[in-house]
Each structure stands twice: as structure tokens, then as C-alpha cells.
Write a protein that binds this ligand. Sequence first.
Ligand code: GLN
Length: 319
Amino acid sequence: MEMEGWKISMDEIRNILPAWVEASRLHAGEGRVASYIPELAKAPQQALGIAVMGPDGSLLAEGDSSLSFTMQSISKVFTLMLALMDNGEEGVFAKVGMEPTGDDFNSMLKLELVEPGKPFNPLINAGAIAVTSLISGDTPAAKMARILAFFNHAAGGADLAVNADVYRSESATAHRNRSLAYFLKDNEVLGEEIDVEDVLSVYFQHCAVEITCVQLARMALVLAFNGTDPISGRQLIPRRYVQIAKSFMLMCGMYNASGEFAVKVGIPAKSGVSGGILALVPGRYGIGIIGPSLGSKGNSTSGVHLLETMSSSLNWSIF
Ligand code: GLN
């Protein structure tokens, strides 16, 4: 049965959500907490939290929704929109493509194989590093300040900050991302004027922005309303750039499991290796999830299970 209107659905969800969260939590055992960034390995494997926010700011928060975690790849959606605001579509897509890869998020494979050096899309690591290089600012600190200001703006005036331990931990161990970035430099996707270590430092910092499910849901809400914050009524991000970001979320937001996610859940979403997921139901809700245990494709096992349950029960698929 399809329920009419976000408000009715919100009440329906409130009653059943605790049971859904506990059922989905059981799926944490199917995955493992990411450890290639050593600091991330400290996350509680069994945790599962969700926040769902409606257009009047009404909020459902269940499970471990107060747990904070780092945005990781979820940040790429917002740096893409900021780079689009700074450079326009032509400027961004001169450096990155628009196609899913079918490879892992940190793969080198297609970088050399197809159009040398040009990353397939802005959500794989190589593409996101190229996008980060496009963000305006005279120094890495100035770029990062603009990124944080934009994230805070999109999160309804939040006070987000970089988790310094996670940043340092990634920076000290990011051999693969470093090699991707130097490969981009060699192929002039990162231009002559660009210092590779400066770009990487900004990239690691925006991945290490600390957030909660509620703040993620608030950011997702703005995407659910095409860049307009339904709570303040203000247009925060140009509609066209939100449209572009959501297209990539659908095509490659859940890494190599994006196709399966589109079939089973059918809404734009972006996951990160911390176990966070940002998702949205267009015109209805912003959603933030944390479940640190990741499946083989790098997505939160319990978080994806929860979204599958909710989407099939509440008829959320956009298709
Ligand atoms: N900072 C992480 C990395 O570059 C982000 C990856 C992710 O969340 N998939 O490896």
C-alpha cells in the first residue's frame, strides 16, 4: 500500500523504525569495519543509527544515531557541487568523465586504459581528487575553509570540523591515493601549477569531516528539494548542480553495488568507508545512516539492509 504524503509516512515510520533498525543490525556480522585507514578500525562494528528528516525539520532518529563518524566519500558529493559552482560544468567535465567504472573506488585500472589520466567520474577517488583540485582558494587552508563553510551551509548552519586523528591517519597511509594523484599529475589532469600534496591534504581533510546522522539527514534534505532548503526556503545550491550530483549518486554513489542498490532501493545515495550513507527520497526526506561494518563492495551491510527494508515497505523507488 502506498502511503500519501510525507507526514503520514513519517508517523507510520516512527512506530516501525525501531524494529527495522534492530532487524538490520543483525546484518553487521556480514561485514567488517574498514581498517586501511587505521583510525577507522576503532569504530563499533555493531552500531547502526539512522536519522530521517522531513521538510518542516521533523526528525526521526533511531539506534546509534548520536554516533559521530567521518564523511569519507560522502563528502565527494558536496565537493563536486562546490567545484561546479566555482568552475561551471565545462570546467569540471574537462577533468572528469560522467560514466560508472565497474571497478573499485580506488582502482587504477581504467585510468590508464581508456582516456589516459581522465578519471571516469567524480565519485571514484581519482575523480574526487581531480575535483578537489578545482575548488577555488589561494592556499590549501583557504580551500578547506571554503569547503567547510559550504558543508555547514548545506547542513543548515552546522559547525562541522575535521577530525584531526582520522585526517592524519589517512594522510600517513594513503599510498594508493598518492599514486593515483601523481598519475593524474603526470597526465596533466592536475595542471602544472598544482602541488599534488596540497590537493591530497585538502582531499583527506574533507573526507575526515566529522558528522552525525542528523547532520547528514539535514544535508540530504537540501538535495531532496533540489538545492532549496525547505526549512528556511532558501536556495542554497543551484538546481542544475544538485541534479548532476544526484545523477552520479544513482550511477556510482554505492560504488560497484550501485546497480543492485538502484534495483533494490531505487533512490540516490552515497556511502563512505566509515559506514555512513547519505540518501534522499525526492521531495520528501533527507536520510543519514551510520553502520560501520562494510560488505565486500564497501557499503554498510546493515545500512543497506535498512534502506532496502524501508524502500520496499514504503514504496520509495523513484522508478
Ligand atoms: N578517504 C577515503 C579514501 O580516499 C574515502 C574512500 C571512501 O569512502 N570510499 O580512501
